[in-house]
Unconditional design. Structure first.
Length: 566
């Protein structure tokens, strides 16, 4: 018996994939400030933890669970993003639950791909993304496939409260199943009918579903009014049909190329191969990917975050085609390894040439030379594969090519994942929510803490006023400070110790204050970018941006020099 056919092997692989997924999703999770979109949802959870009134949205799974965390523990960026990251890591179990359809080896490969892929990691580290609903809905279907009524009931309840992404999934899965039934004559009624035909299983499912709804939506009874937000995701989904399309329109397909290009290439290869062989699982996956892509383009409120509905079936097709094609040759293993190494070297050379090609400082003559070198790299790789094919055999060339490409894809995915998330120290602009700005909160907090430290012996509390700058991000940053007020303007009779205002606003009381301008946010100018700038962004993640500044005002009597003079 081969080791890959032993159950212990698959469990070890799954454990390794889960550990990898957890590490990539939790590492430096709280390093980046919350965006306004993230902060608006985190503030709902904070209201649950503090037992204060708020208006609940469609992310009740997140709000309920995070609210409990905020009630028990100290609030922070890491804790605010913890549950999306944890649920995102659970996606590695989805292939395992469907291994009877996609195969054991493809399931193992797919689990590691989902642990590493940039879109899966990036969206798991973000509040408000469709990842919670996406993963939990797939886990529900997988647990139904494995006939686990209690776990599937819990998962289905959490998915329902996971946001509008749940209803996106219901629509796409339903359309895919109906299309597969019409085209392939695949009856899907038995999939659910077999599960629900036993009364005990139905009862277990419903009890688990109901208890989860009540417990999580109320934050374990911290906010009973949270039950009103259980079906808010459906309202948001329907309302999305009346929303304007994201501009420029190219951002959504560009996101697919930016984060899931290997899935597109290998997935289409697997889909075409499945059509030729009339493989029903492959054709169903291709139908699902096509449905997701049509939704991405046509649904007005679809954002680049929704590429996961396209990339998952494509990654599954990729795993199946790699498992089917790659075989370790019985002879000439050394030649295969050399072929793989050469493929990696050629791709590294090609990548360097592409980065040079998009450099804004390169002149026309150097760009032409670089383009020729780039074309030469592709020709060299094709010549290498043909040489090995006809010099030795196709049984050596194809595995060598696939092994080399696999190493390139693996390293590329890991590099892109680290670079496009807060795992790296580099701040980049990503496509997930094009209208969102990245916030710079560090210097504001440093300035606040310094002033409060200078005046820690003062008996009177220092009031912090925020004038005409009431944003979720600002409220989240100031959540732990006392005596904070948000006002549309500051009247002349008011004398707050600290005043925060937009740089375009000049308060009437500014004569008795000292001010310092601070960068608050940077917004990428996607609409003003040229095709060459988009190509450059794919390689360097550099974009033209608009900066928004604030002024940090301090009343003069609170400054150290004034206190010393007195």
């Amino acid at each position: 018996m081969k080791f890959e056919n032993k159950p212990i092997f698959h469990k070890l692989v799954l454990s390794g994939a889960f550990i990898t997924a957890i590490v990539l999703r939790l590492l430096r999770l709280g390093a980046m400030p919350l965006t306004d979109m993230e902060a608006s949802i985190a503030l709902q959870a904070l209201a649950v933890g503090q037992k204060t009134e708020t208006i609940f949205g469609g992310h009740m799974t997140y709000v309920g669970l995070t609210g409990i965390d905020f009630f028990l523990l100290h609030t922070g960026n890491f804790l605010a993003r913890f549950w999306p990251a944890l649920f995102g890591a659970l996606i590695v179990f989805v292939p395992f639950l469907f291994r009877n359809y996609i195969g054991n080896l493809p399931a193992n490969i797919l689990s590691f791909i989902l642990a590493l892929s940039p879109e899966m990691v990036g969206l798991s580290r973000m509040i408000g993304s469709p990842m919670i609903a996406f993963v939990l809905l797939l886990l529900t279907l997988g647990l139904i496939n494995q006939k686990k009524p209690i776990l599937s009931g819990v998962s289905f309840a959490l998915a329902l409260m996971g946001g509008s992404g749940f209803w996106t999934g219901i629509v796409l899965v339903g359309l895919s199943l109906l299309t597969a039934k019409a085209v392939l004559q695949i009856p899907f009624e038995g999939f659910f009918g077999e599960f629900f035909k036993h009364k005990d299983d139905r009862l277990k499912f419903l009890i688990a579903f109901g208890l989860t709804i009540v417990l999580v939506a109320t934050g374990f009874s911290l906010a009973t009014e949270g039950l009103s937000g259980v079906f808010s995701g459906a309202v948001d989904f329907v309302r999305g049909f009346g929303m304007p399309y994201i501009e420029p329109f190219v951002l959504k397909p560009l996101a697919l190329a930016a984060y899931s290009l290997p899935a597109v290439i290998f997935g289409l290869w697997g889909g075409i191969q499945g059509l030729i062989k009339r493989s029903k699982p492959d054709i169903f996956l291709l139908i699902t990917a096509l449905a997701g892509f049509i939704y991405l383009l046509l649904y007005p409120n679809a954002s680049p975050t929704d590429i996961i509905w396209v990339s998952l079936p494509l990654w599954t097709l990729s795993a199946r085609v790699i498992a089917a094609v790659w075989r370790w040759p019985e002879e000439n293993q050394f030649v295969m390894i050399i072929t793989s190494v050469m493929v990696v070297i050629v791709f590294a050379f090609t990548l360097l040439a592409m980065r040079s090609l998009v450099s804004p400082t390169i002149n026309q003559e150097a760009r032409l030379t670089t383009f020729i070198a780039l074309a030469g790299g592709f020709v060299l790789m094709i010549a290498l594969v043909l040489l090995v094919t006809y010099g030795w055999s196709e049984d050596v060339a194809l595995p060598g090519l696939l092994m080399g490409l696999s190493v390139v894809v693996l390293l590329g995915m890991l590099s892109l994942t680290v670079r496009t998330t807060s795992i790296s120290l580099e701040r980049t602009h990503e496509l997930w929510h094009p209208q969102e700005s990245s916030l710079s909160t560090q210097w504001l907090k440093v300035s606040l803490d310094r002033v409060l430290e200078w005046n820690k012996r003062t008996t009177m509390p220092i009031e912090i006023a925020v004038a005409d700058f009431d944003t979720p991000g600002m409220r989240w940053v100031l959540r732990d400070y006392e005596n904070v007020v948000f006002v549309p303007y500051v009247p002349p009779s008011s004398q707050p110790g600290i005043l925060i205002s937009d740089i375009l606003t000049q308060p009437e009381i500014s004569n008795s204050y000292r001010g310092q301008d601070l960068v608050w946010s940077q917004t990428p100018n996607w609409q003003g970018m040229t095709p060459f700038q988009y190509l450059s962004w794919l390689m360097t993640r550099d974009t033209p941006e608009t900066t928004r500044e604030i002024i940090f005002w301090v009343r003069t009597d609170l400054m150290p020099d004034e206190q010393f003079a007195q």
